[in-house]
Structures are given as structure tokens and as C-alpha cells.
Design a binder for this molecule. Structure first.
Ligand SMILES: *Cc1c(COP(=O)(O)O)cnc(C)c1O
Length: 263
């Protein structure tokens, strides 16, 4: 069994990127890992999209990442994302993805600026988004979040609830369903992490044939700084990578995922 390298197992080792050169170097290192994982899996790297995750990163450093070539960013918290979108409206080709749990009272903000939402896990949120998107005259690419680790602290639908949920989604035409999303178990044990990704892929494969018209299930959003190599080996089409690009975050992950155990 292949062990995780130090920076994979502990993405906190990445030093903070402070110059455009730092970002170019980190992005090149991430792309090299993506390419290597694709080679191992016999996949075309063009089939894996890198979504840089900029949560907690300030505007000045996000602009450096932009200068290094990033044209989209993922954010965990809606208000933080919306504030950055407003502050960087001058960068017209920038796209924003909301990748964290959403409360219905924040749906209006998402409808205003986001291009993508990766954490759809309830019909109440789908209804709220649909109503606000209709009002804005916009559409949103969405991923259905699945809890593949069985941890009660993680958001997302239990896998057994996903088939019925997907069948209900044609009622929301402003939501363009692209696929499934998950967060794997936080663990240094590769095979336990891999099992989460395999579960998401097999669920997607099972649902794809019977999916309602207009509901796309081609995409798998899975893998972060510590585990995206494994996710790609198991079929990820979008990897959400923060610390391997921006450097270590000041706040521990349990700040973003309430109830998360300390590493
Ligand atoms: C923060 C975050 C990531 C990226 O995590 P890193 O360890 O910084 O790569 C990915 N997905 C979600 C939902 C996140 O909140």
C-alpha cells in the first residue's frame, strides 16, 4: 500500500505563498501531482479541473494567485465569498464557487454572484436557491454533497438518500446539476480515504443511467490538498485544493466543519 507523503498527509506543512512566483511554483507542483495521478490511473489530465480554494485568504494574496493564472476560486463561507466577489469585480473573468454548507437564508447571496455550488444536500436549500435564481434571472451549476465517511460531523446526504433526491431535482430548472461532491475521511490511512472516493464514484455510476432528463451526473468533485491524488485515481473530475496552493491556513479545519475532531 502506498503511503501518503508528508505534505499530502499534513497539508499544514505548506509554507504560505506570498509572491506571484510562490503561486506559480505551488500551482506547478499541484499540476505535477495531478498529472502523476492521471498517469497512474490511465486518465487524461484534461479531464481533471483544479479548483483553488481561497477561504481565509485575503484579497491581496488572491490577486497574486490571479496573476499566477487562477481564474476561479472556491470559498467555504457565503458572506466571505460575496465580499471578495464585490472587492474583485474588476477581474471580470473570475468565477466563484461556494463549496461549503449553505443555510436557506443565505441563498439570495449565492444566487447573486456564484457560478457553482458544491454542497447541495436538502430540498429546502434547492427551493430557496431556485426562487432567488429565478428572481436574479441566473442559473447555477450544482453538485449534490454526499456523506461518504459516515461521520456525523460531515454535511451531505447519506448515500442511500441520494437516488430519491436526484429524482426530485428536475423541479428546479435554475439548478444545473453537474454531479456529486464529497469530503473523505480525514485519515492518514490511504485505504480508508480511498473507500470514500470509491463509494462516490460507484454511487454516481449506478445513478447515471436512470438520471432524469437534464440532470447531469458526469462530474465528481472530490479530493483536497491531502488526498486529491487518491481522488483522481478514483475518478475525480474536480479537485478542491487550498493549502497546497496558498499555504497553511491559520485556523484549524474544525472551524469550518463543526464537530471535526482535532488531528
Ligand atoms: C477548505 C476546503 C477544501 C480545501 O482544503 P485544503 O486542505 O486547503 O486543500 C476543499 N473542500 C472544502 C469543502 C473545503 O472547505
Amino acid at each position: 500500500m502506498r503511503a501518503l507523503s508528508d505534505t499530502q498527509a499534513r497539508p499544514g506543512c505548506h509554507p504560505p505563498a506570498a509572491t506571484v512566483e510562490d503561486f506559480r511554483r505551488n500551482l506547478a507542483a499541484v499540476r505535477a501531482r495531478i498529472d502523476a495521478a492521471c498517469r497512474r490511473a490511465g486518465r487524461d489530465p484534461a479531464g481533471v479541473r483544479l479548483l483553488p480554494v481561497s477561504k481565509t485568504v485575503d484579497e491581496a494574496r488572491i490577486r497574486l494567485a490571479y496573476a499566477a493564472g487562477c481564474r476561479e476560486f472556491g470559498e467555504n463561507r457565503v458572506q466571505e465569498a460575496h465580499g471578495k466577489w464585490e472587492a474583485m469585480a474588476d477581474l471580470a473573468d473570475l468565477r466563484w464557487s461556494v463549496i461549503g454548507h449553505l443555510q436557506t437564508n443565505k441563498a439570495g447571496l449565492v444566487a447573486r454572484f456564484a457560478n457553482e455550488f458544491h454542497a447541495l444536500d436538502s430540498l429546502r436549500v434547492a427551493e430557496a436557491l431556485e426562487r432567488r435564481l429565478q428572481a436574479e434571472g441566473r442559473a447555477l451549476d450544482v453538485f449534490v454533497q454526499v456523506n461518504t465517511s459516515g461521520e456525523t460531523s460531515k454535511y451531505g446526504l447519506p448515500p442511500e438518500n441520494v437516488p430519491a433526491f436526484v429524482q426530485a431535482l428536475p423541479a428546479f430548472p435554475a439548478l444545473r446539476v453537474r454531479g456529486l461532491m464529497t469530503l473523505a475521511l480525514f485519515s492518514g490511512e490511504v485505504e480508508r480515504v480511498r473507500r470514500c472516493f470509491v463509494l462516490l464514484r460507484t454511487l454516481r455510476d449506478r445513478l447515471r443511467d436512470g438520471a432524469p432528463a437534464g440532470i447531469g451526473l458526469d462530474e465528481l468533485s472530490m479530493g483536497m490538498s491531502g488526498d486529491f491524488d487518491i481522488a483522481i485515481e478514483e475518478g475525480a473530475t474536480v479537485v478542491r485544493v487550498g493549502q497546497a496552493i496558498f499555504g497553511v491556513r491559520a485556523l484549524p479545519d474544525r472551524y469550518y466543519w463543526p464537530g471535526e475532531a482535532q488531528p
